[in-house]
Design a binder for this molecule. Structure first.
Ligand code: NAD
Ligand code: LMR
Length: 441
């Protein structure tokens, strides 16, 4: 079988060790010849890179492993770039979450003003990275799961329409794992229909390979329990705040019991609830810094100190096998069915052609072929149109350096009550994002 060369961009990410362990566990499906890490923060990356160097020498000495901050070294001779960068790191995530809360508006990594702020920071870095990839490895595919995926995907559509970039999200993957557990199946036994935007969608059908429909049974369960399952089956979304989010899905379902909702709809349908249940001094960023970041980096230190990973292994990011499935689909033309963020072009019949939507696609060597989802109801269509327009305005604001458009984006967000509040938040965000955002006029 052919062996591949992969660069993980955002090598210093808390997810990198989990992804590397997952790749090692999947070498029979996706063989590697080279694995590189790339980050623009050399110090942060080196802590993980040194530890992973030990792991790789012990577990897969045949794979050439390295880590670098030099783009030429990183992107030369690579087949796939797995991208999970966070422009501004947790320091800026904390501000994205806390600034809106100061104004009584929810603070979230990808939804509402926080997501808009993060989007404005990420577009430039993502486009630069695509250009570097294309310069040094013109045939390379970027599998991007950096957030905020919706805004990043729209920016790619507008600014790099012909680039080989696929945007994918782990949330539907994690929720499908929960759904399959509810009906005692495995995710790979199921075929779904789904429509929406990233972090903003609905499952309309969950069938097994024989064509039996499970949506009514799952709906009965979710109406009672949300997506909370007895056994923890989703290794990614497990912290206390996430348990609340899984449970809240039952109130999302109540708004339209026909379809199973994406958990992120909580931020748009119940923003008041989210604000009431937020601590403005301790947000998700603080939870991650004290949890995942601390665990991963202290484990790296222990491995480096011991000079071995024996007795102290990084946890495998089992939730992330979707990245291998996607890479395999392209590499081996497997025609895997996966949810991806793609340009609509009629996939949702009564929605704008130029909207980036999240829908099931068949993925092969030429990329994704979206599967028609027919017409969607007016309620969802209207919500989606409002949100996709927010995302489009952010990208336009970034390109044009337009204060006006960014103010409109914030005003239009369903999470923000008025143009006045939108302006107050925007002015604070501009101050906090100096050096990251383009100058607005
Ligand atoms: P993190 O801050 O731990 O890691 C991000 C890394 O990206 C940092 O080391 C940072 O220095 C680096 N970086 C920032 N800008 C860069 C650039 N221009 N070029 C190269 N590297 C750059 O963040 P995290 O919590 O691990 O999340 C990383 C990203 O993955 C986020 O966008 C997050 O939303 C997304 N994400 C991934 C998954 C997954 O399953 N892998 C799941 C959820 C979210
Ligand atoms: C993370 O940091 O885990 C996010 O990317 C998603 C979340 O759980 O907030």
């Amino acid at each position: 079988m052919k062996k591949f060369s992969v660069v993980i961009a955002g090598g210093g990410s808390t997810y990198t060790p989990g992804i590397v362990m997952m790749l090692l566990d999947n070498l029979d499906r996706f063989p590697l010849r080279t694995l590189k890490l790339y980050d623009n923060d050399g110090e942060r990356q080196a802590m993980l890179g040194d530890a992973l160097d030990i792991v790789m020498r012990e577990k897969a000495p045949d794979i050439e492993f390295s880590f670098t901050t030099d783009p030429e070294e990183a992107f030369t001779d690579v087949d796939f770039c797995f991208a999970h960068i966070r422009t501004g790191k947790y320091e800026m995530r904390e501000k994205d979450e806390k600034i809106p809360l100061k104004h009584g508006v929810l603070g979230q990594e990808t939804c509402g003003p926080g997501g808009i702020a993060y989007g404005m920071r990420s577009i430039g870095d993502m486009i630069e990275m695509i250009d570097l990839m294309e310069k040094y490895s013109p045939d390379c595919w970027m599998l991007n799961y950096s957030n905020p995926a919706a805004i990043v995907a729209e920016a790619c559509r507008v600014l790099r329409p012909n680039s080989k970039v696929l945007n994918i999200c782990d949330m539907p993957v994690g929720t499908l794992r929960r759904i399959s557990h509810i009906i005692d199946k495995e995710p790979q036994d199921l075929e779904v229909r789904y429509f929406g935007l990233n972090h903003f969608g609905w499952w309309t059908s969950i069938k097994d390979k024989e064509g039996n429909e499970y949506l009514p049974a799952i709906r009965d369960y979710v109406a009672e329990n949300g997506y909370l399952t007895q056994k923890e089956v989703d290794t990614q979304h497990t912290d206390a705040s996430w348990q609340d989010t899984h449970k809240k899905a039952k109130d999302l379902l109540a708004v339209d019991p026909r379809f199973l909702p994406n958990t992120y709809l909580k931020y748009y349908l119940y923003p008041d609830y989210v604000v009431e249940h937020s601590n403005p001094d301790h947000t998700r960023a603080n939870e991650v810094i004290a949890g995942r970041e601390k665990t991963v980096f202290s484990m790296a230190k222990t491995i480096i100190k011991n000079g071995t990973s024996e007795g102290c292994e990084f946890e495998m990011g089992a939730h992330a096998t979707f990245v291998v499935d996607l890479a395999r689909a392209i590499a081996f033309n497997t025609h895997e069915r996966m949810l991806l963020i793609v340009e609509n072009n009629g996939t949702i019949a009564n929605f704008d052609d130029d909207a980036m939507v999240e829908v099931p696609c068949i993925v092969g060597s030429n990329g994704p072929e979206p599967l028609s989802q027919g017409k969607i109801p007016e309620f969802q269509r209207a919500l989606m149109y409002q949100q996709v327009t927010v995302e489009k305005l952010v990208v336009e604001a970034y390109i044009e350096g337009s204060y006006q458009k960014l103010w409109q984006a914030l005003t239009l967000s369903k999470t923000v009550p008025s143009a006045k509040v939108a302006k107050e938040i925007l002015d604070d965000l501009i101050e906090a994002n100096k050096g990251y955002w383009p100058e607005l006029h």
